[in-house]
Design a protein around this ligand. Sequence first.
Ligand code: A2R
Length: 311
Amino acid sequence: MDALVIGAGGFVGGYLIQELNRKHAHVGATILPKEHVSGNCDVFYLDIMNQTDIEKLLTAQRPKYIYHLAAQSSVFTSWKNPELTIDVNIKGVLHLLEAVRHVEHYYPRILLVGSGEEYGKTEGAIAETIPLHPANPYAVTKACQNMLGTLYAESYGMGVIMVRAFNHIGAGQAPIFVASDFAMQIAEIEAGFRPPVMQVGNLNAKRDFSDVRDVVRAYSLLMEKGISGETYNVGSGQAVSIQEILNILLEFSTVSIAIEQNPEKMRPSDVPVIQADISRLREITGWQPEFSLEETLHTMLNAHRKNFGLC
Ligand code: A2R
């Protein structure tokens, strides 16, 4: 097997498989029993809480590249259920690293997907070298994943490459994430399923948004060209406020919509600005984003509209 995507049943998995299909003959994907995955790949059911099952799969398939996406990936859920987040995100990656270590004469390259959230409160564009101050349980688990990856690369000479992905968005993303939430609300309003009032949280926060298709292209380039034990930011390099995301989406709306702040959508602690310095990614891979924010948001809105039979 050329490449295995672990946790392929989520938002990013299908996009990554499509990208890998372009490059590799034989792609595998693991999902949880309730999930499905799109793209041309062999599918395996795998819970990363079970190290023995990971080991069995790796022994049988021996993929050259392992992309680790499996995670509890929502900041909001991590406040509600920190224990689950710690189990899946920290113990899960430990199980993977240990499983790889235990398979005989097996030296794959492993890409661990972390998050820009690991940096916490920062100013300006963030380089990979600055100290981490994770400000929510999800971010803490991803910082820990990064430390484990670094440790295993340095201590056991394993081929582990770490990325810190900043906000990535696209069609099919769950509406617990802000851009998808806004797009879905607009589609619901246009379809007449809710009154023309949008519920929003903190509009001042600024984040670094990329199209998921650009993000998976960066992952695949880093898998090939990244240096083992190193961490790479993956983002657009620009900070955009949630207000701007809302404004762009509202411009695409066919109806007039009022805005209402909903305290339920505010978080216990929110980082004001997160923006990636992507010099390291650019230097090593030559990566450039291909999709504009407007194009991505329009695609997302149309995907939600389709669900309501609007286009
Ligand atoms: O939470 P679920 O039921 O949607 O399943 C998620 C899955 N997952 C697991 N897979 C195997 N064993 C587990 N114990 C386990 N727990 C959860 O990992 C989901 O299908 C997948 C992750 O996909 P998403 O939550 O949709 O994340 P996304 O947006 O695809 O992001 C991929 C990676 C994650 O590591 C994020 O933290 C990072 O990119 O930003």
